[in-house]
Design a protein around this ligand. Structure first.
Ligand SMILES: [Zn+2]
Length: 163
């Protein structure tokens, strides 16, 4: 999970790179905004996490977000871990929406939207399990005065098509 490597553009990381002149969280104005703070311990994030069922199960204090993730990952099923990862994404979106002045929807609706997003993803993932066709392709040097056209493929989840 990208957030565990501490490369997200948090205020602390932007301050270290001299992009910002302060390392303080602009949402609460009290603490340095590192990944742990913005995703887990900031008052705004805590409101969000309390709408999930993760907070009563994982009331962690201090450390890094990698510590939070490690504790959560060691105690959860794969399905719960997927839900947790989607909630982490939503918490980051909540933070960004707040910073950029976007209207914040009800937090419990946000959790519901997050679970719907996961369900859509799982549905698309299931539909995309089309038969795998293995074909070895060897690159050949083009002949003089010829062109090579490289193409990518894609899968349309709703139509079950590919091309
Ligand atoms: Zn804060």
């Amino acid at each position: 999970m990208l957030i565990c490597t501490d490369i997200l553009p948090t205020v602390v990381n932007l301050f270290k790179r001299r992009v910002l002149t302060s390392h303080v969280c602009s949402r609460c104005g009290k603490y340095p905004e590192d990944a742990y703070h913005t995703q887990w311990s900031c008052k705004m994030s805590q409101f969000f996490w309390k709408c999930t069922y993760f907070i009563p199960r994982f009331n962690l204090a201090g450390g890094t977000f990698a510590d939070v993730f490690e504790a959560v990952a060691s105690m959860m099923s794969k399905a719960d871990l997927e839900r947790f990862a989607c909630c982490v994404w939503s918490a980051w979106k909540l933070r960004n929406d707040s910073l950029h002045g976007k209207q914040i929807i009800q937090l419990d609706n946000m959790v519901e939207n997050t679970m719907e997003m996961l369900a859509v993803f799982k549905s698309c993932e299931e539909q995309s399990k089309l038969p795998f066709i293995s074909q070895q392709v060897h690159w050949l040097k083009p002949q003089v005065n010829t062109l090579i056209l490289n193409c990518d493929g894609a899968v349309g989840c709703e139509q079950g098509s590919r091309g």
